[in-house]
Ligand binder design. Structure first.
Ligand code: GLA
Length: 380
């Protein structure tokens, strides 16, 4: 085959990472989440090609791959191109006609720290390939296909939260998402506060296995409760009161896993009300409760996350602090009064360094828009 030629001007696309403010491990239980897209991005420069091939180049990893659309690998190869290839494959399997493209990819989303660097790549890829092929596919459908790529190609059984927020983020807004109906609402991040994300700089190996185990425990909870509560199909349908009524009929661990999910859904809805009423104290309180529930009932926190949360809460002007994302390392998110962010950074950094010997990274983030096309002059 001749070397494919570029047949049009380059176009620039980008998609953000995310932080989840509240609603952890609820997305795969048909529940509620409240993430915000943050100002870390994956950018893709797409150049159209005259042949049905995907040319991939990662500026971060300095890796290049050239693949025929007809001959794409059918499962992950543990290569940095996996997310891109997975998304292209899902679009093709769905019957969309993709045009050949060279994708040059660069990302500043911290990798492997729970800020959805992989969803940002998937979403940027899906958006670039769809627009680069003149396809009119709505964002919900693209988010579903990106999640499918992660589930079926990469092999991670994640929910839809990360891909959805990377498409539907909005400046200065958090997103209240119903993961069952996919209805959503944008809510203002309290103007008096900023989102401070603290990276513990650790990622424990058990993260993936534990994630899948938690999913299975939730499924067991659903199976057992279904026999007792008419018409329920997911933990989303269960109230705290119902769960308490049936507590004795569940194994202890399953009961605690369910209690986290059921109460977390309630907290997300209460947090949405707090944002609408600009009640930042109440919102912070709910974040704190969420962390306790993740630590005690869901058991997905770790020493470093707990330490980071304790350090954050010790600083004046912090409304609330919790682990964010899947857990077992990665990041915490804190809501900090605007005039206290410098003090927050200094004190948390010093305390964490002293206790662990590790230097944390702290990002004070803005909530930003989801995937978009930009003029080429806006390149990272
Ligand atoms: C990971 C997954 C999400 C979600 C969170 C936990 O980030 O990708 O789908 O399940 O964990 O809330």
């Amino acid at each position: 085959m001749n070397k494919p030629e570029i047949v049009g001007p380059p176009r620039l696309f980008r998609a953000p990472g995310r932080v989840n403010l509240i609603g952890e491990h609820t997305d795969y239980n048909d529940g509620f989440v409240m993430p915000a897209a943050i100002d870390f991005f994956t950018q893709i420069v797409l150049s159209p090609l005259d042949a049905p091939v995907l040319e991939f180049f990662s500026e971060n990893f300095k890796e290049k791959v050239v693949l025929d659309f007809e001959n794409l690998p059918q499962s992950r190869r543990r290569h940095c191109s996996d997310y891109v290839v997975g998304v292209a494959l899902m679009l093709l399997r769905e019957g969309y006609k993709l045009r050949g493209a060279r994708l040059t990819i660069k990302s500043d989303v911290p990798i492997g720290s729970g800020l959805s660097s992989s969803a940002a790549i998937e979403v940027a890829t899906a958006y670039a390939l769809a627009l680069g092929s003149d396809l009119k596919i709505d964002r919900v459908e693209l988010a579903r296909l990106c999640r499918k790529a992660e589930n079926e190609f990469v092999g991670a059984r994640v929910g839809i939260m990360d891909q959805f927020i990377s498409f539907f983020g909005a400046a200065d807004r958090a997103l209240l998402l119903d993961c069952r109906s996919l209805e959503f609402e944008h809510l203002p991040v309290p103007p008096s506060a900023q989102l401070a994300i603290c990276n513990t700089m650790v990622k424990h190996d058990l993260a993936l296995g534990a994630y899948n185990e938690r999913r299975e425990q939730c499924e067991e909870g659903v199976d057992r409760l279904k026999a007792l509560i008419p018409k329920m199909t997911a933990l989303r349908d269960v109230t705290s009161q119902q769960l308490e009524e049936h507590r004795k009929e569940l194994p202890e661990v399953i009961y605690r896993r369910c209690r986290h999910v059921v109460t977390e859904n309630e907290r997300v809805l209460a947090a949405a009300t707090a944002l609408k009423e600009d009640d930042v104290l109440q919102f912070g309180d709910l974040m704190n409760q969420s962390h306790e529930s993740l630590r005690e009932d869901y058991e997905v926190s770790c020493i470093e996350l707990d330490l980071m949360v304790d350090l954050a809460r010790g600083v004046e002007g912090v409304y609330g602090s919790r682990m964010t994302g899947g857990g077992f390392g990665g990041c915490t998110v804190s809501l900090v009064r605007r005039d206290k962010t410098d003090e927050f950074k200094n004190r948390v950094t010093a305390g964490y360094q002293e206790a662990t010997g590790l230097t944390p990274e702290i990002y004070v983030c803005k909530a930003v828009n989801g995937a978009e096309e930009l003029p080429m002059s806006d390149m990272l």
